[in-house]
Design a protein around this ligand. Structure first.
Ligand code: GRF
Length: 203
């Protein structure tokens, strides 16, 4: 898993994967910055961690190659980005395209980017939510695995709305990462279908 922040989505997956029947284990947690709660959560559970700040690399493509190599060293079947505030680059997608998931706190295709809850509030929508998708080269544009709707309530600010979204987002993530890991999945154009061997997928 890759994280940049508090890691409550990570925690939900850590908790779920403590049951053998869940069907997925977290082999490593990586981050683009040090000192975040997401890494501390992994460490408390004995999960290997690594940190690759972009500032330690000459440019973004060099970071992208290093990230791809580092993730590959753990031989994951799936990569889950949860609150990871960097875009996957071409080197990463060459290795992990089609089997990297990300979760976005809005109902795609509405409100892509870094401020989904804020943008939904500013627009005045009454329903927003979260979207789990297969990462492609765009910003929150990949094939959709699952979505969950969340109401916007009178008096919401960005924080209260985002927290409500995150409660549903975590449940969606746990449900679907488990289902994808247990069943495998494949892409049929933009449809994500359960079944099929994710291991054999070539981007
Ligand atoms: C989630 O809402 C995620 O979709 C967004 O940032 C939040 C991360 O939360 N990109 P956490 O770090 O898992 O608590």
């Amino acid at each position: 898993m890759l994280v940049s922040g508090s890691g409550t989505n990570l925690q939900a997956l850590i908790d779920a994967s403590s049951a053998a029947e869940y069907g997925a284990q977290i082999v490593a947690v990586g981050a683009d910055r040090d000192g975040i709660e997401g890494l501390a959560r992994a460490e408390r559970h004995g999960i290997p961690t690594f940190v690759l700040p972009t500032s330690q690399f000459e440019d973004r493509p060099a970071w992208d190659v290093a990230l791809a190599d580092k993730v590959a060293s753990y031989e994951p079947d799936l990569v889950v980005l949860a609150g990871f505030m960097k875009l996957a680059g071409p080197a990463f997608l060459a290795l992990f395209g089609g089997r990297t998931l990300n979760t976005h706190p809005a109902l795609s295709p509405a409100f892509p980017g870094m401020h989904g809850p804020r943008d939904a509030l500013a627009y005045g929508v009454k329903i927003t939510g979260a979207t789990l998708f297969v990462v492609d080269e765009g910003v929150d544009t990949g094939p959709i695995v699952a979505q969950v709707a969340v109401p916007v309530l009178d008096g919401d600010d960005e924080s209260t709305l985002h927290e409500r979204i995150k409660t549903s987002e975590r449940a969606m993530l746990v449900e679907w990462v488990g289902a994808l890991a247990r069943n495998g999945f494949h892409l049929d154009d933009r449809a994500v279908r359960l079944g099929g061997d994710t291991h054999d997928h070539q981007p």
